[in-house]
Write a protein that binds this ligand. Structure first.
Ligand code: G1P
Length: 299
């Protein structure tokens, strides 16, 4: 049955080791790495807040305490900025403050996969649909991606995953949907496969890290066996939901997605976000033009 309850809770799986960013991630959670001057996790939180999320559930792990500190208020810092009359900085800092009790932290005790991480939050979800946001996927758009999805979900109910077309050769990096009906922005989905080889991929429509899920997904996750790469996969639980309830949609969001889980994607996002900043655009843009011209001349 379509569950059209309001989406006010979001799960942020942030337990990953971030090995692609070693040695930095030896002591810093990758979600604290910055795009210009804002940690990756701040982009996900801002997107969630803009979409009406009020409860934030972080699934963390050992070594991630810097994330909890980041979301704590910093009264000492705030009062010294106030004394120094640095109102603009004070405002920037205040915008990151979270309401008391709005964030819950749950630990994933073993790295058993994304599906297992989401399942760790099962007792905090209640009986309304909830969002899952993967902070590695940073999406620049006029209307925040999750908000686009929540608006569409208000019409469809069911479960919804963000999707975008990827090169056929890239399917083994993603969850890939099998399209039942293509309705434009919205597609209905008849199956989902995690990280298929190109030859086995049902399409080139890939799942991007934004989900709106019914609580029944938690029941499926509790029964999941390890799947692709030996991990408990969220994709497999959603595939089970399709066979039981046939109520899964893909949503082609508008916006540009950066894969900040890879070095190349992270660098691209850094450049794009710097160029979008009025305080940096001119100087940084000039610098980029100069080094690109120098590189072309050397070739
Ligand atoms: C995860 C999901 C995958 C999805 C991807 C999007 O994979 O398991 O289905 O397509 O995020 O970024 P990961 O990138 O964690 O391997």
């Amino acid at each position: 049955m379509a569950n059209r309850g309001k989406v006010t809770k979001a799960i942020f799986p942030v337990a990953g080791l971030g090995t692609r960013f070693l040695p930095a991630t030896k002591s810093i959670p990758k979600e604290i790495l910055t795009l210009v001057d804002r940690p990756l996790i701040q982009y996900a939180i801002d997107e969630a807040r803009a979409a009406g999320i009020r409860e934030f559930i972080f699934v963390t792990a050992r070594g991630k305490s810097a994330l909890e500190d980041y979301f704590d208020h910093a009264p000492g810092l705030e009062s010294s900025l106030r004394r120094a009359g640095k109102d603009e900085m004070l405002e920037t800092l205040r915008k990151t403050n979270m309401e008391s009790g709005a964030i819950a932290y749950i630990r994933q005790h073993r790295a058993l996969g994304l599906g297992h991480a989401v399942w760790c939050a099962r007792n905090l979800i209640g009986d309304a649909p909830f969002a899952v946001m993967l902070p590695d996927d940073v999406i620049a758009s006029q209307k925040p991606c999750l908000q686009q999805m929540i608006e569409s979900h208000a019409e469809t109910g069911g479960n919804m995953v963000a999707v975008m077309e990827v090169a056929k050769s890239q399917t083994s990096s993603y969850g890939i949907v099998d399209v039942k009906e293509d309705m434009g922005a919205l597609v209905s989905v008849r199956g989902m496969v995690e990280k298929p080889e190109t030859s086995a991929a049902p399409s080139n429509l890939a799942v991007i890290g934004r989900y709106i899920l019914n609580p029944s997904i938690m029941r499926h996750l509790g029964r999941m066996k390890p799947g692709a790469v030996g991990e408990i996969q969220l994709t497999d639980a959603i595939a089970t939901e399709i066979t039981e309830a046939d109520n899964v949609y893909g949503y082609r969001f508008s916006g540009k997605r950066y894969d900040c889980g890879t070095k190349a994607g992270y660098l691209q996002a850094t450049v794009a976000f710097a160029l979008a900043r009025p305080d940096l655009a001119d100087e940084f843009g000039d610098f980029l033009s100069t080094i690109v011209a120098a590189k072309d001349a050397a070739q």
